[in-house]
Design a protein around this ligand. Sequence first.
Ligand code: NAP
Length: 285
Amino acid sequence: MAQARLMDGTSLARRIVEDTAKRAADLTDRTGTAPCLATVLVGEDPASVTYVRMKQNRCRKAGIESRHVTLPAATTTEELVATLRALSDDPGVHGILLQHPMGEHIDERAAFEAIAPGKDVDGVTFASFATMSFGLPGFVSCTPGGIMRLLDEYGVDPSGKRAVVVGRSAILGKPAGMLLLARDATVTYCHSRTRDLSSVIGEADIVVAAVGRPRLIRGEDLKPGAVVVDAGYNPGNVGDVDFDSAVQRAGLITPVPGGVGPMTIATLLEQTVDAAAAAARGSGV
Ligand code: NAP
């Protein structure tokens, strides 16, 4: 069988960011307000510091202002909630990104819920999950939203297809499944207690890998011609799918890196400009 076609997230993300930069510039010209993303980081975990810096750099390139708040690792939930509420009330801030995971002493859910739904451009609040699940206007979780854009770009219509999502985290697996369901896929979730993962995957027309286990899914698990989206990002730039064997069997596949990863940031920037535009409309500018 021929090798799978690659779903190139890098080039699609670049086009989305270019378009977002034009929209940001146009909004700034028309309203005098540049879209602004506030990033909040608790502690100094090196990976989180890198992610936040990367998001700020991308913002700058897209003409989106970024405001950064770093809090000490010992910050309490109450202090973090107060910071997020202040940013939620600040009219100069249009989107809020709370970098996670945070320290175990922090009630992550309480922190997320302190983000105003209209500024939840990372799609982490209950409100965003609900609107996303009901197919109503609102912000989507960035990685799942980026995955759906990639599928659209490559002409994959989920309607009527068997989709298997491996992983059920609140930010990735669960919302990815909800978005596929909203597009009429027949969705199965797999997780650490799933029995015979390989045979469930073997029935899938679309596989979304969102596990965090290097090369867990192998070519021989796949239905020939399946669409394989690998959201996994493990040390050494390795995905959750064994690319070398999967590319021989899949019809379409995302590379790691260069597949899902760039789409996440593109979606974040796009939603920040959406939030700023909505705020500008709301204030009648
Ligand atoms: P997570 O919160 O650790 O969730 C992992 C999920 O995988 C859980 O639902 C877990 O099941 C399931 N799982 C673990 N071992 C399994 C196994 N052997 N078989 C089947 N399911 C298994 O991770 P996450 O935050 O969703 O992230 C998942 C991966 O995506 C990571 O590699 C992460 O780096 C990557 N990621 C990438 C992006 C991006 O922008 N590209 C964004 C976010 C995350 P249980 O629920 O039963 O524990």
